[in-house]
Design a protein around this ligand. Structure first.
Ligand code: NAD
Length: 371
């Protein structure tokens, strides 16, 4: 069968290549058993790319990413490169990809799987069944707005400042991503800002309301102040379906939502660009939310689930393969329900396993579920 899905795989540094290896196992299985044929390229990114060619994101990697239907990213960074100046750091690899591919909407699901309900720091009855998607704007707002800087005043004291700035088109396009997602989920968007104290927040609320009225009147829209949202996430998280926020609030609230699940090694993410009106395609990059975990790299103990779940997101959002995405998610949940745990999610009475045993177990479950 000819390959019909072009995938760029960027394993990166630390545990990146280890957990990506387990995804390759799943891709091989899907090739054989689901007749999904992927054309896979690999590329250099992060510290490994600095060592090999002197740049954390070489032009060749960007070109491959542009040509691909989707990018599956591992993680970058590590102590070896920590002393480099800021503009040469491995972490700039991901920033360049986001910028050059125009990836403006970050999707971070926070799902509390039943077998891991005890891993949360909140009470089981509060988090059981939580299934939230945080949509964060990633290329605008206070992280990029000008003017910004630290200046020294005439009296010798320093003053630091940033600018939270949004164009209405930037708000509208990320709002559409959130509304589209909600339609495929439980049809509710909670848009967060601080319209009570910030001008950019007032505009955010107005534009989200306009997009809703004109294009998505069937979706339930709720506006909420970001501080209230933080509190509600900890007290009544099940009320949320899709949470939409700007770069700053989305950053903070997606970490908070992730903490509800209690396990860094389980959390995937996606970052999407705009849909090209002529091809109907969009650039997209999928990655676990964890970093390169240098403390456990090379030991074969990393949890590969976040990387595998990132691949499930890729199947769903880049290729529309909902059934295959669900199959993979179900296989992972089954393995956990069966009692296997990597060290990061270990619980009393469960069986502690390493990266590859976890990967093999997921493939076995895939086989059983699709029999
Ligand atoms: P980290 O996410 O790498 O690790 C935090 C802790 O969680 C560590 O104890 C680690 O062992 C554990 N952990 C993370 N993923 C795990 C997994 N899959 N299985 C088991 N345990 C896991 O964060 P950090 O230590 O702050 O950062 C390490 C490096 O990663 C830094 O260089 C940082 O800049 C980089 N980083 C990269 C990305 C990215 O590539 N997108 C994201 C975050 C951090």
């Amino acid at each position: 069968m000819p390959a019909n899905k072009k995938l760029l795989v960027l394993p990166g540094d630390g545990i990146g290549p280890e957990v990506m290896g387990e995804v390759r196992r799943i891709i091989d299985w899907m090739d054989r058993r689901r007749s999904l044929s992927f054309e896979i390229e690999e590329g250099l990114v992060g510290g490994g790319a600095i060592d090999a060619v002197g740049s954390p994101c070489p032009d060749e990697t960007v070109a491959k990413a542009r040509a691909a239907d989707a990018v599956l990213f591992g993680s970058v960074g590590g102590p070896k490169w920590d002393s480099l100046p800021f503009e040469q750091r491995p972490e700039l690899g991901i920033l360049r990809l986001r910028k050059d591919l125009g990836l403006f909407a970050n999707l971070r699901p926070a799902v509390v799987l039943d077998p891991l309900v005890e891993a949360s720091s909140l009470k089981p009855d509060i988090v059981r069944g939580v299934d939230i998607m945080v949509v964060r704007e990633t290329v605008g707002g206070v992280y990029f707005g000008e003017p910004r800087g630290v200046e020294t005043l005439p009296d010798g004291k320093r003053r630091g400042f940033d600018t939270d700035v949004y164009h209405e088109d930037e708000i509208a396009r990320v709002a559409r991503v959130a509304f589209d997602l909600a339609r495929k989920r439980r049809n509710k968007v909670t848009s967060v800002e601080k319209a009570n104290v910030m001008q950019s927040g007032r505009l955010w609320r107005a534009v989200v309301g306009e997009v809703h009225k004109a294009e998505y009147p069937d979706v339930q829209l709720e506006n909420m102040y970001a501080d209230n949202c933080a509190m509600q996430l900890c007290s009544r998280p099940k009320q949320f379906d899709v949470i939409l926020g700007n770069n700053l609030f989305g950053d903070v609230l997606s970490d908070l939502a992730a903490a509800l699940t209690g396990s860094l090694g389980m959390l995937p993410s996606a970052t999407l660009g705009a849909v090209d009106p002529t091809t109907g395609k969009r650039h997209a990059l999928y990655e676990p939310i964890h970093g390169s975990a240098p403390d456990i790299a090379g030991k074969g103990v990393a949890n590969p689930c976040a990387q595998m779940l990132s691949f499930a997101m890729l199947l769903r959002w880049s290729f529309g393969l909902e059934e295959d995405a669900k199959l993979l998610e179900a296989a992972i949940e089954k393995v956990l329900a069966g009692g296997l745990r990597t060290a990061d999610i270990m619980q009393p009475g469960m069986a502690r396993v390493g990266t590859s045993v976890m990967g093999e177990a997921v493939v076995r479950e895939l086989e059983k579920l699709s029999a």
